[in-house]
Design a protein around this ligand. Structure first.
Ligand SMILES: [Zn+2]
Ligand SMILES: [Zn+2]
Length: 337
């Protein structure tokens, strides 16, 4: 079987090469505001010559040794796997064919090692020792957070992590809560809500620990525990203030494992675009919520996102769901306190 990588994915691949090279190439920049596919559409090319990858980025040619390089392949069935760059690709000028055994969405050169599949095992390992607070900031890409530098969160060590495809909330949430790729969770689109595997709350019960899942106004997926839903009672157009108050009450009640889902950043990024004045103000609000939730809490804290967003034009100025750097790269901020 042979999955063809079209030019779109090639541009993304080249962008990752470019990111890799940005340290040594003075012209190479990675502007997190603009998506790689929109930023410099005609100034990239890639060729494989004698086992070396020749990358042209912004008019500058660089030859990259590919023999020992690998990449994370995203497969159509929802799984991800590290693959060698040389063996499984046939390069021809500006196109490449993947010649592995499965249909492929794309490959990510030098992808983050951390993945949303690591959230559940990390949380459960910490839960055996004490309390765990997981805060999901919907739609916040690693690059947005790096740019916005809110006071509290930027004082912590931030790593990047990769999410799943399609890069949308229910699919990512299912993986975050189970540690399994979409082919195992059973949630591969917005059309399904029923998990096919146990979530972390089942595991928490086995550890004798209490759990709470604090959501916005509606359930995105079904979980083993009742979710605490929070409609916009204050009428300010966001559920974040209600989610914050609900989460605070659960923390004060001493619940062991608390999962909190703030939706406001994603909502505003769709309307005004990521890194707009509106999302920047929202980031400050969320940063203060996170700081207040952490005050007086003892245990492991993990702040993540489900996916990022890239800028668009038209009715909406931000969107996600695609195989793009900005959609796939999420922040991972974890600490003990
Ligand atoms: Zn989302
Ligand atoms: Zn969204």
């Amino acid at each position: 079987m042979r999955g063809s990588l079209d030019r779109f994915y090639l541009v993304i691949i080249v962008f990752f090469f470019a990111l890799l090279l940005s340290g040594c190439s003075k012209q190479a920049t990675s502007d997190p505001v603009v998506s790689p596919t929109e930023s410099h559409p005609n100034e990239h090319s890639v060729r494989l010559i004698d086992g070396k990858c020749e990358v042209t980025f912004l008019g500058e040619q660089v030859v990259l040794e590919t023999t020992n390089r690998s990449a994370v392949a995203y497969f159509e069935n929802g799984t991800q796997e590290e693959v060698p760059l040389t063996d499984l690709f046939e390069w021809r000028g500006n196109s490449a064919d993947y010649i592995g055994p499965q249909d492929i969405i794309g490959v990510w050169v030098d992808a983050p090692e951390l993945s949303v599949t690591h959230v559940a095992p990390e949380a459960l390992a910490a839960l055996e020792l004490g309390r765990v607070l997981i805060i999901l900031l919907d739609g916040l890409s690693y690059y947005d957070l790096e740019e916005l530098k809110p006071v509290f969160l930027s004082g912590k060590t931030m790593q990047s992590a990769r999410t799943v495809m399609p890069s949308i909330s229910p699919v990512a949430l299912a993986t975050i809560l189970t540690g399994k790729f979409p082919n195992e969770t059973g949630i591969t689109s917005r059309d399904t809500r029923q998990l096919q595997v146990d979530d972390i709350f089942v595991a928490a019960v086995k550890l004798g620990k209490s759990s709470a899942m604090v959501e916005g106004s509606r359930k995105l997926i079904n979980t083993s525990i009742d979710q605490l839903l929070n409609p916009d009672i204050s009428g300010d157009g966001s559920t974040d203030d209600e989610v914050f108050a609900c989460a605070k009450a659960q923390l004060d009640a001493g619940v062991d494992l608390i999962f909190v889902h703030f939706h406001g950043y994603d909502d505003l990024a769709h309307t005004y675009g990521p890194l707009s004045p509106e999302t920047s103000v929202k980031m400050l609000e969320l940063d203060a919520y996170v700081e207040t939730l952490c005050a007086g809490f003892s245990g492991m804290v993990l702040v993540i996102a489900d996916h990022g967003q890239h800028g668009t034009t038209g009715d909406k100025l931000g969107d996600h769901g695609e195989f793009r750097l900005l959609d796939l790269t999420i922040p991972w901020i974890q600490w003990e306190q």
